[in-house]
Ligand binder design. Structure first.
Ligand code: C5P
Length: 389
């Protein structure tokens, strides 16, 4: 039954002014004809990976790049599993891998299937990657069962699409500068003073800002990560280099988000040659590095400046103090000793503290989802600032 609703959804999206391109699975064509969608949307329907409606163009890549948003409705348990694993065994899943557009999924299945741990685990995996779900509703299914699993109502799906598209533009034209990763402060040519930051949080923030339509410059210390597509990347090693890179980019930015775990101290001098091992003890003299975000925020003007606070004790109190001392608009605080929070792991539990005193505790979630919350908060701050001006 949900397959028929896809025609309804396509028509309502067209009415709302969108161009709709339909991709069907082979299973879907047994329930509803591709001709129905072709007639409804005025566009050819693609089913097979080898369908090439326009000769000389590779359909899945062209569709993937042209889409502002990919809506999978109705999504079966099987398709959700294929998406979570990253299979590319038909046109739909291949396109889902090839696109950089946001993906929205409206599941429809038997209630026992929807609540099955296997399906819920795949949903979690996809959510952690930034895919959003339009949750099924409660009702009577075609099979006679009653429960959670009915595809969401058409107006709810259309509204979710509209809101997601809106969000993918709410930072259009906004230039966001993100610092990420650790810094390495050389002791000699082979040793350094550093920390355990992986860069995951900062890269996720850059990715989320891009997903909202921002222009992103990512200034990153050494990490193992590949930077998000679309960001301009400036690679640095030391705090001093990061400071110089931020100074060079700050003028042109509207928002600075400092997620980097900058080394607070560096060796007073770097030895030109590797220091040899001896039996004697060795005292290394460290001198403080510049506070990058604190320095920049003193001359922020109309910019929004956001900091992070990785704490091991009295997290909120320390973060409150940093928010004020560093003249920030927002600080995201986490307790790095808490399991599933802080360095190296893929999850985090943030509390957002605003300059106006608001406190927003967030649940533990993937760093990608934390970043999404943070970027929404930044978009709201910008909006409020612009409304005032
Ligand atoms: O004072 P603390 O190092 O805990 O502050 C953390 C915040 O300040 C983070 O946003 C971090 O990126 C930034 N920071 C910085 N330059 C430093 C130290 C921290 O920009 N030297």
């Amino acid at each position: 039954m949900a397959a028929y609703r896809a025609a309804d959804i396509a028509r309502e999206l067209m009415r709302a002014g969108h161009t709709v391109r339909v991709v069907m699975t082979h299973a879907a064509t047994r329930l509803i004809s591709p001709d129905t969608f072709a007639a409804l949307t005025g566009n050819p329907v693609v089913v097979d990976v080898f369908d090439e409606p326009v000769p000389g163009q590779i359909a899945h890549i062209r569709l993937a790049q042209a889409a502002d948003l990919v809506l999978i409705a109705p999504a079966t348990a099987h398709t959700i599993a294929r998406l979570a694993i990253g299979l590319a065994d038909d046109m739909l899943t291949t396109l889902a891998l090839a696109t950089r557009a946001p993906i929205l999924i409206a599941p429809a299945m038997n209630p026992a299937m929807w609540t099955h741990p296997a399906v819920q685990a795949h949903v979690q995996t996809l959510r952690a990657r930034g895919v959003e779900f339009i949750d099924p509703t409660y009702g009577l299914m075609a099979c006679g069962d009653e429960g959670w699993g009915k595809i969401a109502d058409t107006p709810v799906i259309v509204q979710a699409v509209q809101q997601r598209l809106q969000r993918s533009r709410d930072l259009a034209g906004v230039r966001v500068l993100v610092t990420a990763g650790p810094t390495y402060e050389p002791i000699d040519p082979v040793r350094f003073v550093g920390n355990r930051s992986s860069g995951k949080m900062g890269y996720a923030v850059a990715e989320a800002a891009l997903a909202h339509g921002a222009e992103v410059v990512l200034i990153t210390g050494p990490t193992q990560l590949s930077p998000p597509a679309g960001a301009r990347v400036v690679r640095v090693q030391t705090a001093q280099q990061m400071f110089e890179a931020v100074q060079a980019e700050f003028e042109a930015c509207d928002v600075l988000i400092a997620t980097a775990a900058v080394a607070d101290y560096r060796p007073e001098r770097t030895l030109p040659l590797k220091r040899k091992r001896t039996a004697r003890s060795w005292t290394l003299r460290l001198v403080p590095n510049p506070d990058i975000v604190g320095t920049m925020a003193q001359r922020k003007g109309e910019r929004i400046v956001v900091g992070f606070a990785a704490e091991t004790d009295k997290a909120l109190a320390h973060a409150q103090a940093k928010l004020r001392q560093k003249n920030l608009d927002l600080i995201a605080v986490n307790d790095v000793l808490e399991p599933g929070s802080g360095f190296e792991v893929d999850t985090n539990r943030l509390t957002l503290l605003y300059a106006d005193g608001r406190i927003e505790p967030l649940p533990q979630m993937s760093k990608r989802e934390c970043a999404e919350h943070l970027i929404r908060a930044v978009a709201q701050l910008l909006q409020a600032k612009r409304a005032q001006a």
